[in-house]
Ligand binder design. Structure first.
Ligand code: ATP
Length: 380
């Protein structure tokens, strides 16, 4: 007998999880257990452990869903769970299989007692879009701690629980989770955190087109965050609010009581919304994190020496898929491997476009372009 354990936060469980389990070639002798954790040591969960357990039961009606970690309580350390199941079923490392995705593989060396982990189970690793170094991550782990790893050829769906929590605030989660899970989310009012932002879009006059763009920027930014290991919560906040000032003019901004600096007035009118967004995020949404605020402020003009978060929001806004700008493919490809080069290309395109159309150019965009041109040359 082999025991195959699929552990996770499942916040919520989605079709990516289900497809991954369906792709496993297990025999009648094998047993599969879905194992939602109590407190995930590496991230926070939005829904309660009980709700996540219930949703797992709805998502995997034909499989055993274990409440072992949830009943045990406290931070859920996988090595302790594996020790328990090894004893319970008289297993060894070869017949106890623990299933993980490429993102978990990337973090595995930071899990509690990695050497113990490596002796307890064989890890079956699934590839995921945006996590391209999985083979390298396995090798690094093995060099440090040894262990048995099987790298599946299958690439998991381009979908994550985080994306579903974001989509839910836009009423667009339905297609990504089984019907029962979707109804449960609705009935229990789960994943409404970001609605505190999306519910206010109409108050700031955002059109449906702008709202669609904002969702698309947020999802695009999240994918870049996965590639570069950026803080996804900050990415989401900045992306959800990046265009919140889009429909304001100076008069309306004054009416709202926003503090407007001389530098904002000096900007080309088309760029001012980003400064308004900075002020709105601070005043109306209580955002204090300067990194998030600056990602909103510089998402249109860019600036020299942007932080990773600023670059992610700047690029996602530039090439999210609902944009019909020609020539984006090269920048999208470049962004996956060299974010600074992608920023340079996007700034160059923007400047060319503004010049060709005789539009006013914000000086900070010119200095940003010169900065990245120089930095990238030095980099080479
Ligand atoms: P979050 O966005 O909150 O990080 P998640 O979508 O990664 O969530 P988890 O509950 O953390 O979901 O996932 C449990 C396990 O399933 C993890 O090992 C994860 O790597 C893997 N996994 C999740 N989604 C996919 C997917 N689309 N393809 C392959 N593996 C996946």
């Amino acid at each position: 007998m082999r025991l195959i354990i699929f552990g996770g936060t499942f916040d919520p469980p989605h079709y990516g999880h289900i497809e991954l389990i369906s792709s496993l070639n297990f025999s009648n002798d094998d047993k599969v257990i879905i194992l939602p954790n109590y407190i995930p040591p590496h991230k926070s969960a939005d829904a309660s452990p009980e709700d996540r357990l219930n949703m797992c039961r709805l998502a995997f009606p034909d499989l055993e869903v274990s409440d072992y970690e949830i009943k045990k309580g406290g931070p859920s350390y996988t090595y302790q769970t594996l020790q328990f199941f090894q004893k319970e079923y008289f297993l060894n490392r070869d017949n106890l299989i623990y299933v993980i995705g490429a993102d978990s593989m990337k973090d595995l060396k930071t899990w509690g007692h990695p050497r113990k982990l490596s002796r307890l189970a064989t890890f079956l690793v699934f590839r995921r879009p945006h996590y391209n170094n999985v083979a390298q991550d396995i090798k690094e782990f093995q060099d440090l701690y040894g262990g048995n790893f099987i790298l599946s050829d299958i690439i998991g769906q381009d979908i994550s629980s985080t994306e579903i929590r974001v989509r839910n605030a836009f009423d667009q989660a339905r297609d990504y989770v089984p019907e029962g899970v979707f109804e449960y989310i609705k009935q229990k009012g789960l994943y409404n955190k970001y609605r505190a932002i999306t519910d206010k879009y109409s108050q700031f006059g955002l059109s449906q087109k702008r709202i669609d763009h904002t969702l698309s920027v947020t999802l695009t930014a999240l994918k870049l965050a996965y590639v570069y290991g950026a803080d996804s919560e900050k990415v989401i906040l900045a992306a959800l609010l990046h265009d919140i000032g889009k429909n304001l003019n100076l008069k309306r901004a004054y009416e709202l009581g926003l503090s407007i600096s001389y530098q904002t007035i000096e900007l080309p009118a088309i760029c001012r919304h980003a400064d308004f967004g900075y002020e709105i995020a601070k005043t109306f949404f209580g955002i204090k994190d300067e990194e998030v605020l600056n990602a909103i402020k510089y998402h249109t003009t860019g600036r020299p020496g942007m932080t990773l978060l600023e670059k992610i929001i700047f690029l996602a806004d530039y090439f999210e898929p609902t944009r019909a700008t020609p020539g984006l493919d090269k920048i999208v490809q470049t962004a996956r491997t060299n974010i600074d080069q992608a920023v340079e290309l996007a700034l160059k395109n923007t400047l060319n476009f503004l010049k060709q159309n005789n539009y006013e150019i914000a000086p900070i965009t010119i200095s940003a372009y010169e900065y990245y041109q120089k930095e990238n040359k030095i980099g080479i």
